[in-house]
Write a protein that binds this ligand. Structure first.
Ligand SMILES: Nc1ncnc2c1ncn2[C@@H]1O[C@H](COP(=O)(O)OP(=O)(O)OP(=O)(O)O)[C@@H](O)[C@H]1O
Ligand SMILES: [Mg+2]
Length: 459
């Protein structure tokens, strides 16, 4: 439930804003001077405050600072008189969510208030998620508080101490390797080696000798005896990454090793005991790989004693937010930037994206964003998202744009303003925000070019 405080020394102005907000379903209080505003806020702890900067008894900035000190999660939208842009900029630096210039129509601040409410909700939800002690948001370097990840943590806890074979299934970039690490480092074998073999990265002919070793002269090029990786993994764990890429001819041999708990080097009749815990991973559904003949079903049954399904990032929005904050902080630290977070519209873009590259894609995007961002907040333009998916109003979708050869600069400007107004449904403040100019400038351009904003709004 969102409660809003409207601070304005003109009672009629405050009243009309209140009327509109109440119709939108918000609870609203009014204060007509700074002292009353502070008193009301201290009592009710409003989530959103709309505050005029010029008040009869004190500077609106002071009111704002009091609010931000007392309750940093409260979003303050600052209202300024015409031409006091410098003051407004000072306010945004002090933490104002946004500013609007007087006089404004309610429709112009409606979008901002909805965004502020959404922003506030996200912040509070994350905070409360973190407070729930029974909920883990981090587990052995894995970030994630979603239901699905909790189930994964619990499963790892319950099987790590056994020697059960673990198969990890998930799309590329979902964190399979991190999960494999958690299994090993949480097991009784954690102090012993953890050997990782990527079956898709090794040439087919080499996998067998890499895994099991060979004797001198076993094949051309085998100049000396070689220990296999299963020997290096003795006492520890062996991760076979992309098990679906293991040559089918080799799969029966691996199966025999797992059944008999012993192996043979290429070129030797001698058998040696194996002592490793097997963890495998695949980014294909095992059923598909089996159907295509890439994975033998007898091997599959052997390696999948425990199967962990890692969900794609698009199916866990709460993790998306945690992870983006995590990576932002990480790269801000690494590159010594003052990045504070994502703007509300940048968040909208993140949630609208489908993340085909999963967490790896998010990680790379946040790294780029930290490096590219001009301000302390990450804006949609810093994100390089281009999934063409539905984008919420006011977000940074590129207006599709072509420039005919004989167009003048003025015609281009007129046409850009018209298409931006179309996108914002005629909302001039939102259009000015998107165009990166102050509203009075947009008004003067609308007059100069004779743009019929009313018609666009009605269209
Ligand atoms: N839950 C997570 N918390 C923190 N970082 C994560 C998480 N999931 C993935 N990552 C990071 O994303 C990147 C990709 O993760 P990882 O290599 O484990 O994915 P994968 O599923 O093995 O991908 P692939 O199938 O392409 O090998 C790594 O840098 C990893 O640290
Ligand atoms: Mg991997």
């Amino acid at each position: 439930d969102v409660r809003i405080l409207v601070v304005d020394d003109e009672p009629q102005m405050a009243d009309s804003v209140k009327q509109n907000l109440v119709e939108e379903g918000y609870s609203v209080d009014i204060a007509t001077n700074g002292a009353a505003a502070i008193e009301s806020f201290d009592q009710a702890g409003h989530q959103i405050v709309i505050c005029d900067l010029v008040l009869p008894d004190m500077d609106g900035l002071e009111v704002m600072r009091h609010i931000k000190d007392a309750r940093p999660t409260t979003e303050v939208i600052v209202v300024t008189g015409y031409g006091s842009v410098a003051k407004a900029v000072e306010a945004t630096k002090a933490g104002a969510f946004y500013f609007v210039e007087k006089p404004f129509e309610f429709s112009e601040i409606q979008l901002l208030i909805d965004k502020a409410a959404e922003h506030h909700r996200l912040i509070v939800e994350t905070a409360s998620m973190r407070r729930q002690l029974s909920t883990r948001s981090e587990y052995f370097n894995i970030i994630g508080a979603s239901k699905q990840m909790q189930t994964i943590y619990e499963t790892i806890e319950s099987v790590a101490k056994s020697d059960a074979n673990v198969l990890i299934v998930g799309e590329s970039g979902t964190g399979k390797e991190l999960i494999a690490n958690a299994v090993h480092y949480n097991s009784l074998r954690s102090k012993k080696p953890f050997i990782k073999v990527n079956c898709s990265a090794l040439p087919k002919e080499l996998i067998e000798s890499e895994l099991f070793g060979h004797t001198k002269g076993a094949f051309t090029g085998a100049h000396a005896d070689k220990e296999g990786l299963v020997q290096h993994a003795a006492g520890g764990s062996l991760l076979l990454d992309e098990i679906g890429e293991m040559p089918v001819e080799l799969q029966p041999k691996l199966l025999r090793v797992l059944q008999e708990r012993s192996y043979r080097k290429i070129g030797s009749e001698k058998t040696y005991p194996v002592d490793f815990r097997l963890i495998t991973s695949t980014n294909r559904l095992p059923a598909d790989a089996i159907r295509d003949g890439a994975l033998r079903d007898d091997l599959f049954y052997r390696i999948s004693t425990i199967t962990l399904h890692v969900p794609p990032l698009r199916e866990r929005n709460e993790d998306l937010q945690l992870l983006s904050e995590h990576f932002l902080a990480l790269y801000a630290e690494k590159y010594q930037r003052q990045t504070t977070g994502l703007s509300p519209s940048a968040y909208q873009d993140l949630f609208a994206h489908t993340w085909p590259g999963n967490v790896r894609e998010l990680q790379n995007m946040m790294e780029r964003a930290v490096l590219l961002a001009k301000g302390n907040q990450i804006e949609p333009s810093d994100l390089s998202i281009s999934n063409g998916g539905p984008v919420a109003e006011g977000a940074s979708a590129n207006v599709s744009w072509s420039v005919p050869p004989h167009m003048t600069l003025e015609e281009m400007e007129k046409s850009l303003i018209e298409s931006t107004l179309k996108r914002t449904g005629g909302n001039k403040q939102a259009a000015a925000n998107l165009l990166g100019i102050y509203r009075p400038r947009l008004y003067s351009k609308i007059r100069r070019y004779n743009i019929d904003a009313g018609a666009i709004r009605r269209a």
